[in-house]
Design a protein around this ligand. Structure first.
Ligand code: 6GU
Length: 231
């Protein structure tokens, strides 16, 4: 997979992309992540990329010129057209299902903007899908882009050490994950449930399923409702 990110702050991505699973996935060529600075495509020598909104109001709006030029440049970096995504609080809410869907793409082009917004002609002209990561406002789309990259890359075959680990994750079956335990068997008077030490794999699977259901009912009943709505 190839992921291109268009941003005014490429340095924000350095640390997250160079650690842990995201780093390993790039080293193993499972994903190539390329950052392009939108400001390099500004038309004037002040490198100006935003301006006051027509009609008045607070804040600054991203001008279309640099974003379009940057996008057209980035598109040519690889033969795949890719799926273009604009990060904005107005977008469709990102979830595990969307992560799985995006992980099947050959190429993603993520465009991170400043919150006050994009000139409307960017959304229209690029014919991009809009994604939000939740109902709150961030200063820009960068952190949202990183969230999406993280959630998508860990689903690429081979990205996790253990091939099965993504399957058991919370949300992968529309439920929260079952409780996990590791050594020691007793910690501050709290004991690992006997069944997990029993070696009976069928019973363990059933126990986990029940615990998943139980904690989803208790902590995230909305997920069960969503599952019903979808079925
Ligand atoms: Cl994608 N961008 C911004 N600026 N704020 C957000 C968001 C995106 N998703 C949730 N809040």
């Amino acid at each position: 997979m190839r992921i291109d990110v268009l941003t005014l702050f490429p340095r924000m991505f350095e640390s997250p992309l160079s650690c842990s699973i995201l780093n390993r996935a790039q080293e193993a060529s499972l994903v190539e992540i390329a950052l392009t600075d939108i400001r390099d495509f500004a038309a004037d020598s002040y490198r100006k990329v935003d301006d006051k909104p027509y009609g008045g109001g607070p804040g600054m709006v991203m001008m279309p010129g640099a974003v379009f030029d940057c996008f057209e440049h980035v598109q040519k970096l690889s033969p795949d057209k890719g799926r273009t995504i604009l990060l904005t609080p107005q977008g469709q809410k990102f979830d595990q299902k969307k992560a799985a869907e995006l992980s099947a793409e050959k190429r993603l082009i993520l465009i991170a903007g400043k919150y006050e917004g994009f000139d409307e002609r960017i959304r229209i002209g690029l014919d991009a899908e809009q994604i939000s990561i939740g109902d709150y406002v961030l200063n820009g789309g960068e952190l949202a882009a990183m969230v999406i990259i993280d959630a998508v890359v860990r689903l690429l075959p081979g990205a996790l050490g253990d091939e099965d680990s993504a399957k058991d994750d919370s949300f992968s079956e529309g439920l929260l994950e079952y409780p996990q335990y590791t050594r020691p068997e007793v910690f501050r008077d709290m004991k690992v449930p006997d069944i997990l030490l029993s070696g009976d794999h069928a019973k363990i699977a059933e126990w986990r399923k029940q615990r998943s259901l139980e904690r989803t009912k208790k902590w995230r009943p909305d997920l069960l409702q969503n599952n019903k709505d979808k079925k």
